[in-house]
Write a new protein. Structure first.
Length: 84
């Protein structure tokens, strides 16, 4: 049976209202607040989920013989297992 690499991407998003002279300054203020860890996104900021073929494998198909031992595995009827 073929193996496929499937990526799950979850996006967190929070809108912050910023007083600034212009858009660039507003973005800079938020970037600085993030760097100072004044803005930390968490589960309450969940916005969207995307499940797509992994960009690491053409069309998502894992080439025969490719070492994928370090990836999490999901087999039919099984739970997911990951190396810890």
């Amino acid at each position: 049976m073929a193996q496929y690499g499937i990526s799950v991407r979850e996006i967190l998003k929070r809108t912050v209202i910023v007083e600034a002279e212009n858009l660039e300054a507003a973005i800079q203020k938020v970037e600085e607040a993030v760097e100072r860890e004044e803005i930390i996104l968490d589960v309450d900021d969940y916005d969207e989920r995307e499940i797509i073929p992994s960009e690491y494998f053409e069309g998502g198909k894992v080439p025969d013989g490719k070492d994928v031992s370090f990836y999490c595995k999901l087999r039919l009827g099984d739970r997911i297992s990951c190396m810890t």
